[in-house]
Design a protein around this ligand. Structure first.
Ligand SMILES: NC(=O)c1ccc[n+]([C@@H]2O[C@H](COP(=O)([O-])OP(=O)(O)OC[C@H]3O[C@@H](n4cnc5c(N)ncnc54)[C@H](O)[C@@H]3O)[C@@H](O)[C@H]2O)c1
Length: 332
């Protein structure tokens, strides 16, 4: 693959995009960034060519990909029944079709996928999942759209040979997300929301008195739940592993932490660091899952470095430095 120089990034102001753009600029890429609905942009705008628009607008995609060698498609709306068809489905279709109809000018299309496409903890499954596990999304418009986006990518790859790479990110953690998720106090981050699982007098007392604790999610038999997520840093690393990598074309890759974590390990570590008790929460519908990273490691050279302990340490540093969490329209 010839060296990529010009990249269209969609969703630049999002959780992933806002960190990716400065890194791409630092590496010397010329960027065009699609922005929608965002006035204050969280990256140096003077160094990028800004395009304003809404995905799915007729003619927009062809304009956006002019003179570009690569598309990194991050823009996406989450649980939004009114918008997801236009933004996620029509928007992704328009970009793929523009790349196809414009000939061989765009040499790589990197699509942000998600492990939501496999339903993660909603479905019973083999404990370890690799890329061959079929699409089996959990209920909702967001996972539904991740399946449809991937299906379109696959069709454009097999029908027209488009060099599409799908990076299936696990749940991405940045800033102090893991502490927001792993403790009772606000802000709540992600699913489950611990208060909704509170059944015992003791659990309810913690919420009534606004007491903090580290949450340990367990199965009805008391064994801790197992989950796989990814640090934002490793997510960005995976994009650089794929970018301009001829071996990445035509493949989907799992992007997750070096290993899955047990909620017992997470809760005990947070408990020790914040000096708060551990409280168990039984989740009767949760199924353990962990990803198999063999393909990403061997073909992409993806070597993630943030395990759950390092994610907590980084979140503690974030709080100790007095930072406040970035605003996010779609928390979780
Ligand atoms: N954050 C995660 O945990 C996670 C996990 C797996 C996969 N992903 C995928 O990674 C990608 C980026 O995720 P994120 O967390 O950075 O998203 P985000 O929600 O933080 O940002 C989404 C971006 O898309 C833009 N956007 C939304 N609707 C648009 C429209 N109609 N037209 C143009 N732009 C629009 C928003 O302005 C924003 O910049 C998404 O495809 C998402 O599905 C994210």
């Amino acid at each position: 693959m010839d060296k990529i120089k010009n990249i269209l990034v969609t969703g630049g102001s999002g959780k992933i995009g806002r960190h990716l753009i400065p890194r791409l600029l630092h590496e010397g890429y010329r960027l065009r960034v699609l922005e929608f609905e965002t006035d204050e942009l969280p990256y140096p705008v003077e160094n990028v060519e800004l395009a304003r628009g809404e995905l799915g607008t007729p003619g927009l995609a062809l304009e956006l990909i002019k003179d570009m060698d690569c598309v990194i498609h991050l823009a996406n709306t989450k649980e939004n029944k009114e918008r997801f068809m236009k933004a996620n489905i029509q928007g992704t279709f328009d970009l793929l079709d523009a790349v196809y109809t414009s000939g061989k000018q765009v040499r790589q299309f990197i699509q942000a996928g998600s492990d939501a496409r496999a339903g993660i903890y909603y479905n019973p499954r083999p404990y370890t999942m690799d890329e061959n596990f079929p699409h089996r999304a959990y209920p909702g418009y967001y996972p539904f759209s991740k399946v449809l986006e991937e299906t379109m990518c696959e069709q454009y790859r097999c029908q027209y040979g488009l060099p599409v790479t799908v990076l299936r990110f696990s749940w991405v953690h940045d800033e102090d997300d893991i502490l927001a998720h792993g403790t009772l106090r606000k802000p709540d981050f992600g699913i489950p929301v611990w208060k909704e699982l509170a059944e015992t007098q003791e659990q309810k007392y913690f919420f009534e008195q606004d007491l903090d604790a580290a949450a340990c999610m367990v199965h009805p038999d008391g064994t801790p739940c197992i989950r796989h997520i990814v640090a934002l840093e490793d997510c960005i690393t995976s994009i650089f592993c794929a970018l301009g990598n001829p071996a990445a074309a035509g493949h989907a890759f799992t992007v997750a932490a070096p290993s899955a974590f047990s909620y017992k390990v997470l809760a005990e570590y947070i408990s020790q660091k914040l000096d708060i008790p551990v409280l168990n929460f039984t989740n009767p519908i949760y199924h353990d899952f962990q990803h198999d990273l063999s393909k990403s490691r061997s073909i992409l050279g993806f070597n993630p470095s943030y395990d759950i302990i390092r994610m907590v340490d980084k979140a503690l540093e974030f709080r100790a430095a007095g930072h406040t969490r970035s605003s996010c329209k779609y928390p979780g």
